[in-house]
Design a protein around this ligand. Structure first.
Ligand code: PMP
Length: 416
């Protein structure tokens, strides 16, 4: 009897990918009650960019609790919130010359996606949204409606109207000009597709299988939105907060979205938190129009402030560049030669190994299970889960990164 059958006969639980009971974690290692240790190449799907129980952030959280800091402060302005806003303005917005208003949503990323959709529709007074095939934006009805994967949407029995999916540049579409296509849809008055209030996009479709948009594509998307009076929303929930190198993933394209959505690693510690960054002229909410009891978690503010302090004092961006190069070389030199139909994609510290053309659909499941047996936690993504997604904490030690990669190489060689 496996662990899930033993303890969860009456529980509707998570995906059940990793059959062990985990109880402790430090940095990039997770410890299980069985005595096993696992290298974490999953990092809470991007919620743990600073690793587990980061020393500096942990101390700040402990001190806050020790001093009986407010844990829940609905409708109150708190010192934890004040400190986060000041630090975020100083370290992120001012240094990057970005003029955004900060709105706390939450606690999940999905909630901030909902807020972005509502705000765009309110500002432009148009209900339509364009999203992209392969996109992932969340599990509530609004966010699910803009998630471009019918398998993920299946549980909802129908989703919101007024959403149109556009092709994301990918695979067989490489030679197809997706921006021109969107333009032609907008220009065709008889298409039956009304002009949207916003186009929402990810710079890297992470759950979609690590599909990386080019700089040119993002710049053309920005221009298209400007020329057509459409808002550009960047969902930076998974690949923001330094995952691709710079703090915001869109920085590499030199573009400025109208609305940015952050969550996952923004709190620095795995606490729930989500944030909307809004160009000031778009902030037309009336008080109470996007509310919630757990909006703006105080411990998350403390963790988030400490994470920004840590960023300031470390060479995180430089470190990510070094590790990016290591991962790229490893994947191209050790994994790609195993089978020619393998495709490798990635940037910064998010990489995907696409096995869609390698035959059996259960291949990625076998490989991730084999990795787990050998002490490496790694998850799958993409259409039909055919992509193995590498997402280690940004702070992972080089020796641990190398060890995790060796485990992966062995698992690939055994399964392929
Ligand atoms: N957008 C993106 C790009 C995501 O990766 C996720 C989570 N995987 C979400 C939205 C939803 O966030 P949450 O699970 O916190 O609601």
């Amino acid at each position: 009897m496996n662990i899930f059958e033993k303890y969860e006969s009456n529980v509707r639980s998570y995906c059940r990918s990793f059959p062990d009971i985990f109880h402790r974690a430090k940095g990039s290692i997770i410890y299980a009650e069985s005595g096993e240790e696992y290298i974490d190449f999953f990092a809470g799907a991007g919620a743990l960019n600073y690793g587990h129980n980061h020393d500096y952030i942990k101390q700040k959280v402990i001190s806050y609790l020790d001093a009986d800091g407010i844990a829940h402060g609905l409708d109150m302005y708190t010192s934890a919130k004040e400190k986060f806003i000041a630090k975020f303005n100083e370290v992120i917005l001012s240094t990057k010359n970005l003029d955004y208003r900060i709105q706390f949503c939450g606690p999940t990323g999905t909630n901030a996606v909902e807020a972005a959709l509502k705000l765009a529709r309110k500002v432009k007074k148009r209900p339509g949204i364009f999203s992209f095939m392969g996109a992932y934006h969340g599990m509530t009805l609004g966010s699910l409606s803009i998630t471009g994967n019918t398998e993920i949407r299946a549980g909802a029995i129908g989703t919101l109207n007024n959403v149109t999916f556009m092709p994301y540049p990918y695979g067989f579409m490489e030679s197809f000009d997706t921006i021109k296509y969107i333009e032609s849809v907008l220009n065709d008055v008889n298409s039956g597709i009304e002009k949207p209030s916003a186009i929402i996009f990810e710079t890297v479709q992470a759950e979609g299988g690590v599909v990386v948009a080019s700089i040119e594509w993002m710049q053309r998307l920005r221009k298209l939105c400007d020329e057509n009076d459409i808002l550009l929303i960047c969902d930076d929930i998974q690949v923001g907060c330094g995952r691709t190198g710079s703090f915001f993933s869109f920085e590499r394209a030199g573009i400025v979205p109208d609305i940015v959505i952050l969550s996952k690693s923004i709190s620095g510690y795995g606490f729930p938190m989500s944030v909307l960054l809004i160009k000031p002229e778009l902030d037309i909410w009336e008080p109470g129009e996007h509310n919630g009891t757990f909006r703006g978690n105080q411990l998350a503010f403390v963790g988030a402030t400490a994470a920004l302090e840590y960023r300031e004092s470390s060479n995180l961006e430089q470190d990510v560049k070094v590790k990016e190069l290591f991962l790229q070389n490893f994947l191209y030199q050790k994994i790609l030669p195993i089978k020619e139909s393998i495709a490798i994609r990635g940037i910064g510290m998010i990489w995907g190994i696409d096995l869609a053309n390698c035959g059996s659909n259960s291949l990625t499941k076998n490989i991730t299970m084999r990795c787990f047996e050998k002490g490496l936690i790694v998850e799958r993504a993409g259409r039909n889960d055919t992509v193995i997604k590498l997402l280690p904490p940004l702070t992972i030690e080089m020796s641990t990164l190398k060890k995790g990669c060796s485990i992966m190489e062995a698992a690939f060689n055994e399964c392929l």
